[in-house]
Design a protein around this ligand. Sequence first.
Ligand SMILES: *[C@@H]1O[C@H](CO)[C@@H](O)[C@H](O)[C@H]1NC(C)=O
Ligand SMILES: *[C@@H]1O[C@H](CO)[C@@H](O)[C@H](O)[C@H]1NC(C)=O
Ligand SMILES: *[C@@H]1O[C@H](CO)[C@@H](O)[C@H](O)[C@H]1NC(C)=O
Ligand SMILES: *[C@@H]1O[C@H](CO)[C@@H](O)[C@H](O)[C@H]1NC(C)=O
Ligand SMILES: *[C@@H]1O[C@H](CO)[C@@H](O)[C@H](O)[C@H]1NC(C)=O
Ligand SMILES: *[C@@H]1O[C@H](CO)[C@@H](O)[C@H](O)[C@H]1NC(C)=O
Length: 894
Amino acid sequence: MGWRYSLSSLVLCASPLLVQGQSDALGLSNGYTKLKTSNFDFQLVADAQILASLKPTGSDFDFLPSDYLSYRAANGQYHIGDITYRYRTTDQKEWTAGDSSQDRAAVRSLENDALAAADMGPTLPSGSSLKVVREWIEVDGDLGLSFTLTNQGNSTIELGSLGFPIESNSIFTNRTADEVTAQCSLLDPYIGLDAGYLQLTPTSGTGPALIITPLANTSTPLEAWRNLEEPSDQYTGYGSQTFEGFYEWQVHSKAYAEKEWTDVTPWNEPTAQVLKPGEKSTVGLRFSVVSEGVRGIQKAVQDTDTPLTVGNGYIVPRDLTVQLFVLHSAKVSKIVSENNAFEVTQATENSYTLAPTGSVWGRTTVTISYADGKTQAVHYFITDSAPNAIAKLGHFSTTTMWFDDEQDPFGRAPSVITYDHSTKGHVLQEARVWIAGLSDEGGTVYLASAMKEHGLPDETEVAKLEEFASKVLFGTVQNEDFTVRKSAFFYDPDEAPEYSYDSSIDWGNWWSWNKADSYSTSRAYDYIHVIGVYWSLYRAGRDNPSLLKVHPWQWYLGQAYNTTVTGFATDSAGNGIIGYSRLGLMGETVVGELLTDLQREGWTDEADAVEAAMKLRADAWDSQPEPFGSEMAWDCTGQEGVYYWSNYFNLTETSTKTVNSILGLMPTVSHWGWNGNARRYWDFIYGGKLQRIERMIHHYGSSLNALPLLAEFRQNPTDAYLLRVGYGGITGPLSNIREDGSMYNAFHSFPDTLRGDDYSGDYGSGFLGLILGSGTYVVEDPDMGLVAYGGNLAVDGDTVTVQPRDAIRRRVFVASMGVYVSTSAGQIEEVSFSKTDPDSLQLQVTADVGSIIVWVEAPGTKDLYTVTAEGKEKRGGVEVQLTNGSAIVTVARS
Ligand SMILES: *[C@@H]1O[C@H](CO)[C@@H](O)[C@H](O)[C@H]1NC(C)=O
Ligand SMILES: *[C@@H]1O[C@H](CO)[C@@H](O)[C@H](O)[C@H]1NC(C)=O
Ligand SMILES: *[C@@H]1O[C@H](CO)[C@@H](O)[C@H](O)[C@H]1NC(C)=O
Ligand SMILES: *[C@@H]1O[C@H](CO)[C@@H](O)[C@H](O)[C@H]1NC(C)=O
Ligand SMILES: *[C@@H]1O[C@H](CO)[C@@H](O)[C@H](O)[C@H]1NC(C)=O
Ligand SMILES: *[C@@H]1O[C@H](CO)[C@@H](O)[C@H](O)[C@H]1NC(C)=O
């Protein structure tokens, strides 16, 4: 038991901050109630008994925005402890709603065994059939919150919605970057029914985390995660770039599914509960501290006796078999794959293999029933085999999306231009001019087409992209001095008198730039897309010598180089000339690839120039407490570049800080949509068709932030947590490719939508991450044992064989050796090694070129490994000749 105070002896503290003119419906002026459990110090608002502050015992870190409470004290602003519901009697069609936040009144406190208890009647609609008693209790040292609902009417009711709003300190408004990192935390859900939980991780990624799980001995499934509307307030900016807004844990969602969410396939089957007159039901949540921090979350969930599963991937290409490990005290009584999407086979006492049957493409659920009566939903997304998915994207984007009207006054043809899936047409005019202007991120889907040619080159597609690169990229998007425009399209009737601008579009907003603004070259982010196109075409041609017809590979490498030094140039005082060039930029890992290739090609002067330009930035970041700046007040776009160069220059403190920051914003859960999903919630405004502040599922942050995690894992191959998150992120962009090969920027997570956006938007950057980071990872996982991520693994005696099933099949990392092998072209068909005494790897490779280069790195060991075959050293690796399109390559400790 923890500390208990009786309500009568409470110390009421004076409200620290009451804002002039701001409503105090919560009753802050009447003070707070300070309470404790063994693991928490917490405060309730005395009148409302909602949670005002929640700190791990003895800590100053508050998981709630208690400092902003006075801005959040009006009716309609949600807090933990609130309840929302909808019910109807069996003869009614319409639902009757209740919501404790809407018309606040002090609750009627009750004396019982709880730390605090109240009848919520006064703050709920009068005449409600539901009586709600709320208790704050201690549960094994943790904090519990329970609601006992009683049908106090005379008719049987159907409870069609029941939700618990969850507040968190994810309000960045009016906080400095340092304050955000020190004070805020980030909330992510696992919408997994009785196994559902919420995790709050400190923004720094270090220090204790918080989990919220179903209260023991109640049935409180996380069935849906509903976004909450709040009145706009001038202080914190609910639902803005600095304040995503809040959601509620929904136990029942049928009333919404019938009304606001029709035509949507929900994550879980919407349910309702029937309560007869006088019947009672208790539901609730448990709050637990995870002192170990983010890496301890899954274990902490398990410790609350909430079922936990761990798997090696939830976005599953058709030709991949995945594993699912069940970590729960009760036995599995049944495991069912919806629509027979997977053939499920029990592999060990607590693990299952899931092999796609081919019957389903897209979202699908595996439902586990446990002997203790609990039910868990594991959410998967089945895609085409990854090479097929990217092949379709390559084809679709260079045919259906190919824009070839050479009369276009903006010089945009030929190109791959933004596509609208709902109209099945090109987006040639858009108020946000960059979307139709081949720039910013929202208009650069051609970056995906180009990156695809490095991963899986196709002659016809390369021919078209060469034409694009030499006629449009260089000439329209980019000036001859290598500066890059913010948009090729503009709204400027004076400058385009012959052009008929669509009068149904509102051209009156700031984003309808005129010609001068569109042709500004001051945004460093835009340079990366251009560098990416050139670099990928260089590699496609360099590794497959017959492909390039317009320019030799040297031209592409030179263009990539010149664009880089232009984008990152500094004046004599060392200040960046191009705006934002001192920040980490989305996709700039490709500059690292470029530098590596300049070094491999022996272009020493160029390599030195790029390295020097990057060192200036890395040194600057190393001196900053918060080097993750961006165009936005808070963001997760800087981390990728900051990690790349800090790691490159051995600035370990900064690279470690960066990895922590990423782990703070990327969860791992048994749901494809949130596993490795980097927190992003405003880019539908800039790149989407449906524009709103909304958590995005697998926007480009997923794959781009996965790159550092995978690189860090290769250097620390026993830290399997990095791989769980990183692999989730790197496979994210596969789920954004539709069956026809079209693609979208991100998936809308609000429960009234649950589908990909109609615009191809800024998908190019996410796809770049997929191409640069896809690989197969073999690891001894503490919970799962020997598993492959992105490959089919088999063990025969002492021999482990793995067949890569990732998107490009040219990179394999074997954690037990710490060895990373990559090849220049073709595909690795199979890799094998000894399970007990791993000191060499055999790779079976195929390619339709005469020779490939094999690169061996051993970042996870002090041992040296090399290719044993006879072969010329070339481009930093070993050239291996293929016979009839295949070869066996051995990599061994030397
Ligand atoms: C329930 O029934 C009682 C007795 O018939 C009646 O007095 C009361 O008004 C009814 N309550 C409601 C909510 O209909
Ligand atoms: C749940 O119920 C069991 C059996 O009645 C009891 O032993 C246990 O303490 C309860 N757990 C909690 C957290 O209330
Ligand atoms: C914003 O921050 C400034 C400086 O710390 C402070 O003076 C001001 O009161 C804050 N405003 C709000 C709305 O919190
Ligand atoms: C960079 O551009 C300059 C000017 O066009 C050119 O002379 C030079 O050769 C280019 N560098 C490379 C490496 O292509
Ligand atoms: C970083 O450290 C590694 C290992 O000591 C070394 O090989 C490498 O050259 C260093 N990199 C730089 C840029 O100094
Ligand atoms: C290569 O393929 C040809 C035709 O299938 C076959 O005749 C030849 O023996 C093969 N060579 C080797 C070395 O396998």
